[in-house]
Write a protein that binds this ligand. Structure first.
Ligand code: PEP
Length: 253
């Protein structure tokens, strides 16, 4: 059986500068070689043009961190999928918990954003995950299923063309990681939900995100339904990000 290629995507969040980006990408390009997995970096919007040229000819794909739910028009401060396409963007994060939490993004808005991306041929990385309160109340499954259901419904049958990232909110930027077993349990729920929507559910990359680092990546990535990682803090350090990328090789060997 051939194994599906994993995906390691970095989320730089609101970090970077022209100088820092150039240094980080140079180190990544030098260290990445021919990776066993797909690699992407989701960068702040003002740096899309810079990073587009810095990753050109490398195995590193360009990602954005957000996109408008609208196609064009009077939406000050927003950016459309067409604009992202102009810069060669391949992936866009939608529904990151920081967008849901600080910018009031609802399941409906997130689903509309994913729909825009799919229609434009950009792969949405749909983020789902429960808060600590929801986990402690035994609501994890209900919450992630609700978040994913909204996106499946709006996907226009293109479910298999997206990436889903399970990111428990309590594990993001906290140094507190879900155990491989906790993460796998939720990934299995998501896989089953996808399987009810598409025959190609096994091909939908399910990423884990939440304090993934060089030390814990291999164990997480060894789980049967964990197809990669969405990496925040550790993606800003070339050595750490490269080690996470290298961990997919160990798992796939
Ligand atoms: C993220 O921002 O998607 C994330 C997972 O962050 P961190 O790895 O820093 O927890």
């Amino acid at each position: 059986m051939t194994q599906k290629q994993k995906l390691i995507a970095g989320n730089w969040k609101m970090n970077g500068s022209l100088e820092a980006n150039a240094a980080l990408l140079q180190a990544l390009r030098e260290g990445v070689g021919q990776p066993a997995c797909a690699v992407a970096v989701a960068v702040p919007a003002p740096y899309l043009a810079q990073v587009q040229s810095l990753v050109a000819g490398s195995p590193i794909a360009l990602g954005a961190q957000d996109v408008s739910q609208h196609a064009a028009g009077a939406f000050t401060g927003e950016m459309s999928t067409a604009m992202l396409r102009d810069f060669g963007v391949r992936y866009v994060l939608v529904g990151h918990s920081e967008r849901r939490q600080y910018h009031g993004e609802t399941d409906v808005v997130v689903a509309a954003k994913a729909g825009q991306a799919l229609a434009a041929g950009i792969t949405p990385v749909v983020c789902v995950g429960e808060t600590l309160e929801e986990r402690e109340a035994g609501q994890t499954e209900v919450v992630v299923r609700r978040q994913l259901a909204a996106v499946i419904e709006a996907s226009g049958g293109a479910v298999a063309d997206m990436v889903v990232a399970y990111e428990p909110v309590w594990a993001i930027g906290t140094g507190r990681t879900a155990t491989p077993e906790q993460a796998q349990a939720v990934h299995a729920v998501l896989r089953a939900q996808l399987a009810a929507a598409t025959e190609r559910a096994a091909h939908v990359p399910l990423l884990y995100g939440g304090s993934m680092n060089a030390a814990n990546a291999a164990q997480l990535l060894a789980q049967p339904d964990i197809d990669g990682g969405l990496v925040g803090g550790a993606s800003l350090k070339a050595a750490d990000f490269l080690q996470i990328i290298a961990a997919t090789q160990t798992v796939q060997a």
